[in-house]
Ligand binder design. Structure first.
Ligand code: PMP
Ligand code: GLN
Length: 393
């Protein structure tokens, strides 16, 4: 990843490749240059005011000490109810639901609890940056299957070839950051079959479950044979635009949930007591909220994607998430990282270079990611600025 930061003499070898995250680095650059920050994926508008008020009320009402280890009952009930409401999935809130410090902790705790030293974890590149770091922290080895542009398809044979006696789990993210890919029914069904055939656990990061523009989100845990071998992870951060509250959760059968909980207890133990009260209510918001959220984001996606195309970049229309990837190759640029370092100065816009999400660096070198979870007038201004990108061809 950020190899420039690898000079640290104290850090253990397996963590040496990880410096400051690209999101922190690019957000700092946005602040320094005063550019529009379309790098780090956080909304510039807070979630529903009534939900924020509930967190304030919870603080006033004295919900300020450690909540129970699994999370407060009201939130576990709401998570369980949400699973039934959207997917027809039944989870027992007493034994199959665990509240975590965001999805980040849920992913880390799952890997820490599952991985023996040297166990292999398969994921798809480009991958969300915390996956590589959490696998390394857990003493695991990451193996990647490439999602190939333009459709971000992959070869199921490549995936199967990676599986061996050391393979412990497949770490899947759908809808997928940074590509915006939503894995198809056929792909999910093939992944499920491999998990069953080779006795693997699936760790599913579904934080963008409510941001699917084409079709529907299908949790892998729904597939026959997957209920007992899947750790399903989500978070309130993206769905309710409260990314700083860090309320996430895990749903899994009791033994797997206990596995994750064992590690989680010694990471944060618990977190966010007053926010748990507020998110319990947020999960029960009407369909109108979820539909509006998606439609608002669709308009923003189209605004930014069209603006990028007009500026001469090739885009891959995201089917989900709030990110769009663009290729700068057509404009004659070769180095996405350098391009992203120059862009705030040249155009006043910040993006993120996708190369940091790849092991095969060549494949991501000309790809950059923009976040569109910003006010429409901010996106329009960014699009206008992007029209001044100079073509080298
Ligand atoms: N997974 C993916 C794919 C993400 O994009 C993010 C960023 N929200 C996370 C996990 C982390 O989620 P949280 O902020 O809930 O820890
Ligand atoms: N998930 C966010 C993104 O992909 C970033 C969160 C973070 O900074 N760790 O932009």
């Amino acid at each position: 990843m950020n190899v420039e930061h690898s000079g640290d003499p104290y850090i253990k070898d397996s963590m040496r490749e990880f410096g400051e995250t690209i999101f922190a680095e690019m957000s700092a650059l946005a602040v320094k240059t005063g550019a529009i920050n379309l790098g780090q994926g956080f909304p510039d508008t807070d979630g529903p005011q009534e939900i924020a008020e509930l967190a304030i009320t919870a603080i006033r009402d004295g919900h300020n000490q450690y909540p129970p280890g699994l999370g407060i009952k009201k939130l576990r009930d709401a998570i369980s109810h949400h699973q039934m409401r959207f997917y027809g999935l039944e989870f027992d809130p007493e034994t199959e639901v665990l509240v975590t410090a965001g999805a980040t902790e849920a992913i880390a705790a799952s890997l820490l609890a599952l991985c023996e030293q040297g166990d292999e974890i398969i994921t798809f590149e480009p991958y969300y940056d915390s996956y590589a770091a959490s696998i390394a922290l857990a003493g695991g080895v990451r193996r990647v299957v490439t999602l190939n542009t333009p459709e971000y398809t992959f070869s199921i044979d490549d995936l199967e070839e990676l599986i061996n006696v050391k393979t412990r789990a497949i770490l899947l993210n759908s809808p997928h950051n940074p590509t915006g890919k939503v894995f198809t029914h056929n792909e999910l069904s093939q992944i499920a079959n491999l998990c069953i055939e080779h006795d693997l656990v699936a760790i599913c990061d579904e934080v963008y479950e409510h941001l699917v523009f084409e079709g529907q989100h299908i949790p892998l845990i729904q597939y026959p044979g997957m209920r007992d071998r899947t750790i399903q992870i989500s978070s309130a951060g993206k769905t309710f635009s409260f990314t700083g509250w860090k309320i996430g959760w895990v749903c899994a059968q009791p033994a797997l949930l206990d596995t994750v909980r064992t590690a989680k207890q010694f990471l944060t133990y618990v977190n966010g007591a007053p926010f748990q009260h507020a998110i319990a209510e947020a999960l029960n918001l009407s369909d109108h909220y979820f539909e509006n959220f998606l439609e608002d984001m669709r308009v923003k996606r189209d605004c930014l994607s069209q603006g990028l195309e007009k500026a001469g970049l090739t885009t891959f229309t995201p089917q989900g998430t709030y990110f769009v990837t663009a290729d700068i190759e057509k404009l004659g640029y070769e180095d996405g990282k350098q391009f992203c370092l120059d862009l705030p100065v040249q155009c006043g816009v910040v993006a993120v270079p996708n190369v940091v999400f790849y092991d095969n660096k060549d494949l991501g070198s000309t790809l950059i990611r923009f976040a569109f979870c910003k006010k429409l007038d901010v996106l329009e201004e960014a699009v206008e600025r992007l029209q001044t990108i100079e073509s080298l061809t």
